[in-house]
Design a protein around this ligand. Structure first.
Ligand SMILES: Cc1ncc(COP(=O)(O)O)c(C=O)c1O
Length: 405
């Protein structure tokens, strides 16, 4: 991932260098590292609010006014202060994907009616627990789920997660797609939809919502696919047009990771929704994780080693892919930034973690101002799917988290 075209593409009002020192959310990053140590995640409360607000503005501008709801996909980040902050904005509900997540959302102040639940492969115990959260909105992802949820309580509203057999993801990355040419475990396909409707009828369940989530990290170049997915989804909506009140279009809205990523044109994205849904009597739900939290979070690391091996200079840091796995697992690079920009010739380096795994590389081959042992290094875009997916691999799972106001 070599990227030297626009080295400051990431710069913004609350993330920039001042006199050679990186500042984030009104704080000098070196000061944060000194006070709290590393590895530590910091999230900007203001950036979170701004991201939510931007999404609302786009939906309103497109004419959806009071006909939409934004849910935060808490699988992206379940840090309680962050969830409580989001709840405090009054602008989001929650997309939960396990009974524990649903309960955690309740503990952070959300109400059952604020929660939309979508999961796959639920156990009897999962259904029992979900059944206790009166008012939670259930999206059934399979015929089995319709049957089991129906057995637990007839006569209620359900959502059905469909699989439109078209997927999308940043840079058309297959690993980020949840539906597409390959058959996936997610949702009910066209060919089984009639069976789903019949099963719902058998249990006196009303199909009030069509739900789909087709992929992650999509940006402006993927908007044509986005429109294709919406058109495909309309077939499903039409099959249940007498009862459907809500269409949940999932998450997947991305943010740039490198200079040549074209940011998502939110207005164009929202206009696709308006174009296809304004004439139908439905409310739109959107459940982003990434878009709301990814660029609100940074990870502070310390440099342990700087060493030339053959033709590569490796900068070894004090954390590994197990606490921030998107670069290694999904090929989503986190731009590294030295907390202090030293003068002198830039060095071409590869940032490596401290885990004994070959894939433990945060960024390959990038030009940075010279780094030395004990320097603080920042990874940006670390706010989503880092801590929530962290493991204790090699017993190196420790990190701290702070929400900055
Ligand atoms: C059902 C569902 N909704 C929403 C999301 C959030 O996706 P993203 O963080 O890409 O917006 C996911 C992510 O896996 C998901 O599975």
């Amino acid at each position: 991932m070599s990227d030297s075209r626009a080295p400051t593409w990431w710069q913004r009002e609350d993330l920039n260098y001042q006199n050679g020192n990186l500042h984030f959310a009104g704080h000098e990053v070196n000061g944060l590292a000194k006070r709290h140590g590393t590895p530590t995640f910091f999230y900007s409360a203001k950036r979170l609010t701004d991201n939510v607000q931007r999404l609302h503005t786009a939906l309103q501008k497109a004419g959806l006014k009071d006909r939409y709801r934004v849910l935060f996909a808490m699988k992206a980040n379940r840090f309680a202060p962050l969830l409580t902050h989001l709840k405090g904005t009054g602008l989001v509900g929650i997309d939960a994907c396990s009974p524990n997540e649903a309960e955690h959302a309740l503990s952070c102040g959300f109400r059952p009616q604020d929660i939309s639940f979508t999961n796959t492969s639920l156990s009897r115990n999962d259904y029992d627990r979900l059944n206790r959260f009166d008012g939670i909105s259930m999206n059934c992802d399979s015929l089995t789920c319709i049957r089991k949820w129906g057995e637990m309580g007839r006569g209620r509203n359900i959502g059905i997660r469909i699989n439109p057999a078209i997927g999308l993801g940043r840079a058309d990355n297959d690993k980020l797609q949840y539906s597409g040419a390959n058959t996936t475990k997610f949702g009910i396909y066209r060919e089984q939809f009639a069976e789903a409707i019949a099963l719902a009828k058998q249990y006196d369940l009303t199909i009030a919502k069509i739900h789909f989530h087709t992929g992650c990290g999509y940006l402006t170049p993927q908007l044509d696919y986005w429109e294709g997915i919406i058109k495909e989804c309309l077939w499903f909506v039409d099959q249940v047009k007498d009862t459907v009140k809500v269409v949940n279009v999932g998450g997947g809205l991305g943010v740039p990771h490198v200079a040549f990523d074209q940011p998502l044109d939110l207005d164009a994205w929202a206009q696709v929704l308006a174009r296809h849904f304004l004439t139908r009597n439905v409310t739109i739900e959107v459940e982003p994780g990434d878009y709301l939290v990814k660029d609100s979070g940074i990870l502070l690391l310390s440099v342990n080693t700087v060493e030339l091996k053959r033709d590569k200079t490796f900068v070894g840091v004090n954390a590994g892919f197990n606490i921030a796995l998107e670069p290694a697992v999904y090929n989503l690079p986190f731009q590294p930034l030295p907390a202090t920009e030293r003068t002198g010739r830039k060095q071409r380096v590869t940032i490596a973690g401290h885990i004994n795994e070959a894939l433990d590389i945060f960024y390959s081959d990038i030009e940075l101002s010279p780094l030395q042992e004990a320097d603080t290094l920042v990874l940006i875009n670390a706010g989503a799917y880092s801590t929530s997916m962290a493991s204790n691999h090699c017993m190196r799972g420790e990190f701290k988290e702070f929400l900055l106001y």
